[in-house]
Design a protein around this ligand. Structure first.
Ligand code: HEC
Ligand code: HEC
Length: 296
C-alpha cells in the first residue's frame, strides 16, 4: 500500500475504535427520567403489557471493552496502525517457512545426488520425486504427461533438440535453451518457400512430386548451415531434425510454410534457482520417460 493509503487506513481504524468505545459508554448512560434497573417502565401496551428497564448485564458490557483493549494491543504488536513491536511481516514469515521447508526437504533430495541420472531413472523413489517436482514446475509448458504442445517439446519421445544425454538434459533445465529459426520468407519468395517445404516434407518419407523436391533441395543450402546438409539438425543450436516426422510446431503444409516464412523462437527458461539436487532428480525423471527399458 502507498504511504497515503496506509495513513488513511490507520486513521480510520483508530477513529473506529474510539467510536466503538464512545458508543458503548453513551448507550450505558442513564437518561433523565429513566427508572432504576429492574424497575417497571411507565408505558403500557395492549392494556396490560409492561416493560422493565433491563440493562445489558455488566459482564456483557465488559466483554465489549475487552474486545477494544484486545484490538488496541493487537495494533501495537502487529503491523496495522504502526509497524508493530513484534517485527512480524508477511515476507519474514514466508522466508522462515521456506527455510524450514529447505531444512526439512533438502536432505531428501541430497540423498540422491551421489548416484548418476541413468541409475536414478530406474529407481522408483527417485522417479516419483522427480515426477512431483515436474508437476510443480514444468507442466504449464510441457504438459502433465510431458508430451508437450506446439512449440513446447515432447520430452517422452527420445527426439531431442539439444541432445538427450543426462548432461544435455541437466544443461537444458539448469540454463534454459533458446532456439532461433530466422524468418526466410523474404529471402525465398512464395515459390521458394513452397519448394523448400515440399523438400522438407519429402525428408520424412512423404511422397512428393520429384521436380519440386529437386528444386527445394537446391534451395536447402540456405537451411543446411543450421539443419545440416542431410536435414538431421544440430543439437548445439537446437535446430530440429527435419527427417523423423516428429514436429515441434507441426508438420502440416500450412504450419511448415509459416515456420519457414516467419521463423520461430522457442525459449525454455533457466531453472537454476531449483538447485542442483532437484535438477538432478528432474533430469532422472525426464530421462526415464524416453528410456522406458530403464524406467522402474
Ligand atoms: C515457460 C515454459 C517452460 C517451462 C516452465 C519449462 N520448459 Fe522446458 N522447454 C520449453 C521450451 C519452449 C523448450 C524448447 C526450446 C526451444 O524451442 O529451443 C523447452 C525445452 C526443454 C528441454 C530440451 C528438450 C530437447 O528436445 O532438447 C528439456 C529437457 C526441458 N525443456 C525440460 C524442462 C523441465 C524439466 C522443466 C521444469 C523444471 C521445464 N522444461 C520447464 C518451455 C518450458
Ligand atoms: C540460423 C539457423 C537456421 C536456419 C538458417 C534455418 N533454420 Fe530452421 N530452425 C532453426 C532452429 C534453431 C529451429 C528450432 C526453433 C525453435 O526451437 O523454436 C528451427 C526450426 C525449424 C522448423 C520447425 C520444425 C518443427 O518441428 O516444427 C522447420 C520446419 C525448419 N526449421 C525448416 C527450415 C528450413 C526449410 C530452412 C531453410 C529455408 C531453415 N529451417 C533454416 C534454425 C535454422
Amino acid at each position: 500500500m502507498s504511504p497515503l493509503m496506509t495513513t488513511i487506513v490507520a486513521v480510520v481504524t483508530i477513529l473506529n475504535v474510539l467510536a466503538c468505545a464512545w458508543l458503548i459508554w453513551w448507550t450505558a448512560l442513564r437518561r433523565p427520567g429513566e427508572v432504576a434497573a429492574g424497575e417497571v417502565k411507565e408505558h403500557v401496551w395492549d392494556g396490560d403489557l409492561r416493560e422493565r428497564n433491563n440493562p445489558m448485564p455488566r459482564w456483557w458490557l465488559i466483554l465489549f471493552f475487552l474486545t477494544i483493549i484486545f484490538g488496541l494491543v493487537y495494533l501495537l504488536l502487529y503491523p496495522g496502525v504502526i509497524r508493530g513491536t513484534l517485527g512480524w511481516s508477511e515476507e519474514r514469515e514466508y522466508r522462515e517457512e521456506m527455510q524450514r521447508a529447505q531444512r526439512q526437504y533438502a536432505p531428501i533430495y541430497a540423498a540422491f545426488a551421489a548416484r548418476s541420472v541413468v541409475e536414478l531413472a530406474s529407481d522408483p523413489k527417485a522417479v516419483a520425486l522427480g515426477r512431483s517436482l515436474f508437476a510443480n514446475t514444468c507442466i504449464n509448458c510441457h504438459g502433465s504427461d510431458a508430451r508437450g504442445a506446439p512449440g513446447f517439446p515432447d520430452l517422452t519421445d527420445n527426439d531431442w533438440l539439444y541432445g538427450g544425454t543426462p548432461d544435455d538434459i541437466v544443461r537444458s533445465i539448469t540454463y534454459g535453451r533458446e532456439g532461433v529459426m530466422p524468418p526466410l520468407g523474404p529471402a525465398l519468395g512464395p515459390q521458394g518457400v513452397e519448394e523448400v517445404v515440399t523438400y522438407v516434407e519429402s525428408l520424412s518419407g512423404r511422397p512428393e512430386p520429384a521436380d519440386k523436391v529437386a528444386a527445394g533441395k537446391a534451395r536447402f543450402v540456405l537451411c543446411a548451415a543450421c539443419h545440416g546438409p542431410d536435414g538431421k539438425g544440430n543439437t548445439a543450436i537446437g535446430s530440429k531434425n527435419l527427417t523423423n516426422d516428429i514436429w515441434l510446431y507441426g508438420g502440416s503444409d500450412a504450419t511448415l510454410r509459416q515456420t519457414v516464412t516467419e521463423g520461430r523462437h522457442g525459449k525454455m527458461p533457466s531453472h537454476q534457482w531449483l538447485g542442483d539436487d532437484k535438477i538432478h532428480l528432474l533430469a532422472a525423471y525426464v530421462y526415464s520417460m524416453s528410456h522406458p527399458q530403464q524406467a522402474p
